[in-house]
Design a protein around this ligand. Structure first.
Ligand code: PGA
Length: 253
């Protein structure tokens, strides 16, 4: 039985005190919640202060991106050890905004995935098709390419520590959500791929999250689907009440 994961991707939102206030508010609201892993991913500049604000609670911290090298002349980048020492346990890798706006490729996603695992961070690996690809019936082909690219050269022990987020690009920030059945079908396909590459037992351990306009109004029906093991939430994670409702819906609360 996989414990659901609800991860909040704050993107480029929340300045210093706003981030601390949001994290503290969530801590308060979620203090009686069990049976779900809650992860919040603030911008780099707020990682340390948010880490302090959630210290001693069950809320976990994640980075939104990282470089694969441990250190070096990479102006503007952040390394896996920097994330770790800021208190992160997770890191989002290959988000579609990074792929589309910052030229990330399956190869860099693979480098980041391997590096995060080497340093003890769990990567949340994002995959998903664009609208024209779905309309051309290419969803599975695109997702297969991204999954195989991200997981290239990994062993099954490492694979078990990863999280996959299926985020159809057309559903991100648009208010359009994949139907529970559409999402579940792709999730099942992803697990099948991982099962044939790394074995059934390993594939069964991996949480496959859904992302793309998840909100309190639709989270329950999505999270009830057998292959949907949680959510990666953007916009609705910036409001403590909405995020709380999504977290609670993952445990049928
Ligand atoms: P959204 O973003 O919930 O605002 O659609 C999801 C994401 O980009 O991870």
């Amino acid at each position: 039985m996989r414990t659901p994961i609800i991860a909040g991707n704050w993107k480029m939102h929340q300045t210093g005190q706003e981030a601390v206030d949001l994290a503290s508010g969530l801590r308060q609201r979620l203090k009686d919640v069990n049976g779900v892993r809650v992860v919040i991913c603030p911008p780099f500049t707020s990682l340390l202060s948010v880490s302090r604000a959630i210290e001693g609670s069950d809320i976990l911290l994640g980075g939104q991106n990282m470089h694969w090298e441990e250190k070096g002349a990479y102006t503007g980048e952040v390394s896996p050890t920097m994330l770790l020492t800021a208190g992160c346990k997770y890191v989002i890798v290959g988000h579609s905004e990074r792929r589309a706006l910052f030229s990330e490729t399956d190869d860099t996603v693979n480098l980041k995935t391997k590096s995060s695992l080497k340093f003890g961070l769990s990567p949340i690996i994002c995959v998903g098709e664009r609208l024209e690809q779905r309309e051309a019936n290419e969803t599975k082909e695109v997702v297969e390419h991204q999954v195989k690219g991200a997981f290239k050269d990994l062993n099954s022990e490492d694979v078990g520590k990863t999280v996959v987020a299926y985020e159809p690009v057309w559903a991100i920030g648009t208010g359009k959500t994949a139907t529970p059945e559409q999402a579940n079908e792709v999730h099942r396909f992803i697990r099948g791929l991982l099962s044939s590459e790394f074995g059934r037992e390993c594939a069964e351990e991996i949480n496959v999250l859904y992302g793309g306009s998840v909100k309190p109004e639709n989270s329950r029906e999505l999270l009830e689907m057998p292959e949907i093991d949680g959510a990666l939430v953007g916009g609705a994670s910036l409001d403590a009440q909405s995020f709380e409702k999504i977290v609670r819906s993952s445990i049928g609360d």
